[in-house]
Write a protein that binds this ligand. Structure first.
Ligand code: NAD
Length: 481
């Protein structure tokens, strides 16, 4: 059995669950310990006790620890990428790419340890100085989803530790293997016991125990909108309230204008909607295409989709791996049925596939003749299911793109500087992509959205310090000179 990591020790639990490979359900990746509420309390106590010393550790110490983590992740990226692909189902290049990004994130935040910002300003009062400093928040609880099992934990853990916080990390139930491997690396990096703790298990047990515990000062969450809303409510009605950061769902639009390079638009669309099996919060599931190019776009998409290979995530030549599990597959299939019931036209794909091994194989689905009011255009499906919505012109396309409860990523394919510039200013999303897929972001710049997609400060880059620190304003009077 693979264990939880609490107060610097690997601890067994009374319960363990098997972790199954979605490309081959007869392949069990491992048995993973399920933490109890008492285990979570022990982890939080350990993090609370370790906070004082870690928050006063030198920036050199923190830098060296994060650098050691980065170095080991990067040196083992093929092996860790294979584990990730085996348990989550993204293709091997995608798995290795994600692990590489995680290593780069730790490298970036190792550097950030040496650049924690502060300010010194003159006061409006004579002889008084004002210093603005940033201090760590305390014990932070990190709750993550299954779809980026290494990169999302990395972009929370690295800034949390860099800023001097201690951590209780709760990964998603479906991907304990990657969380465990990352924790092993962190446990070897010279970080004192209690500073970092791993508690695997169910949201309703482990997550809830974190929300209820007053020793946790802040929760950073990535996952579904409904869980996020519940977490926000728990954090803001707690005594004392917890700081909270939420990254949630998306229904990201990609506008294609008549003047777009059609080849670029098709490659952006296929990547955005179907790579990583459409299981990315930044995936595009709404292609909003102007009249002049609409029919050519739909025909070219259907043609391009014929060459997509859906197979075992770790097999060479696979473009799209399986859906992550039976529950997600059922959800994808029910939306494909719903789209047909709502009157949309299934132009390509959408069928279950059988392969050498039993797995959750679904050919990507493309719907045309979609109205933006249909549920398949409004609700996050989180699978390889995309819709095409016809627009009269650019203005109409922009209006449809913004007509969504979400606001994470928004894309446009055009050769017009005028429309690209206007779209960058007027698209209601946290991230804008011009002639690029809506998914696929850099690791050194802010990540996050608006409206129903995000709440609280941005993740990643220098902006991450906004959540992982609290600002202190100190005044001192040295006497009038
Ligand atoms: P989820 O909300 O089901 O679970 C996310 C995490 O919350 C898991 O670790 C889960 O165990 C935990 N959790 C569940 N109930 C809880 C509770 N009551 N208290 C505390 N924790 C609880 O989401 P998921 O299915 O793992 O992930 C898919 C979702 O994540 C999609 O909606 C996707 O858009 C979103 N996502 C968003 C981003 C982003 O940055 N915006 C990135 C990746 C994924």
């Amino acid at each position: 059995m693979t264990l939880n990591y609490i107060a610097g020790e690997w601890l067994a639990a009374s319960n363990a669950v098997p972790n199954v490979n979605p490309s081959n359900t007869s392949d069990v990746v491992g048995e993973f310990a399920q933490a109890s509420a008492a285990d979570v309390e022990r982890a939080i106590d350990a993090a609370f006790d370790a906070f004082r010393a870690w928050s006063h550790s030198t920036i050199q110490t923190r830098h060296d620890c994060l650098n050691a983590i980065a170095a080991e992740i990067l040196s083992r990226k093929e092996e860790l990428g294979r584990l990730l692909s085996r348990e989550e189902g993204k293709t091997l290049p995608e798995g290795i790419g994600e692990v590489t990004r995680a290593g780069q994130i730790f490298q970036f935040f190792a550097g950030e340890c040496l650049r924690l910002p502060g300010e010194k300003l003159p006061s409006v009062r004579a002889g008084v100085d004002v210093e603005i400093t940033r201090e760590p928040v305390g014990v932070v609880g990190l709750i993550t989803p299954w779809n980026f099992p290494v990169a999302i934990p990395a972009w929370k853990i690295a800034p949390a530790l860099a800023c001097g916080n201690t951590v209780v990390f709760k990964p998603a139930e479906l991907v304990p293997g990657s969380a465990h491997a990352l924790t092993e690396i962190i446990s070897r990096a010279g970080i004192p016991p209690g500073v970092f703790n791993l508690v695997m298990g169910r949201g309703s047990v482990v997550g809830e125990a974190m929300l209820k515990n007053i020793k946790i000062a802040a929760i950073s969450f990535t996952g579904s909108t409904s869980t996020g809303e519940h977490i926000a409510q728990s954090c803001t009605t707690a005594h004392p309230m917890k700081k909270v950061q939420l990254e949630m769902g998306g229904k990201n639009p990609m506008v294609v204008l008549d003047d777009a390079d059609l080849n670029v638009a098709i490659e952006c669309a296929v990547n955005s909607a179907f790579f990583s099996t459409g299981q990315r919060c930044t995936a595009s599931s709404r292609f909003i295409v102007t009249d002049g190019v609409h029919d050519d776009f739909v025909a070219a998409m259907a043609e391009r989709m014929k060459s997509l290979v859906v197979d075992d995530a770790c097999r060479a030549g696979t473009h799209i791996g399986p859906v992550v599990d039976q529950r997600q597959l059922d959800q994808d299939l029910s939306y494909i049925r719903l789209g047909q019931d709502e009157g949309a036209k299934l132009v390509a794909g959408g069928e279950l596939l059988s392969r050498d091994m039993p797995g959750f194989y679904l050919f990507p689905a493309l719907f045309a003749e979609v109205d933006n009011r249909m549920r398949i255009a409004r609700e996050e499906i989180f699978g390889p299911v995309a819709t095409v919505i016809r627009a009269r012109n650019y203005e109409n396309a922009l209006e449809i793109a913004n007509d969504t409860p979400f606001g994470l990523s928004s894309g446009i394919c055009t050769s017009s500087l005028k429309y690209a510039s206007h779209f960058k200013r007027n698209a209601q999303a946290g991230m804008i992509m011009v002639n690029l897929p809506t998914a696929g972001v850099d690791y050194h710049v802010p990540f996050g959205g608006r409206k129903g997609s995000s709440y609280g400060p941005r993740e990643q880059g220098r902006y991450a310090a906004e959540f992982y620190t609290t600002v202190k304003t100190s005044y001192s009077f040295g006497g009038n000179i």
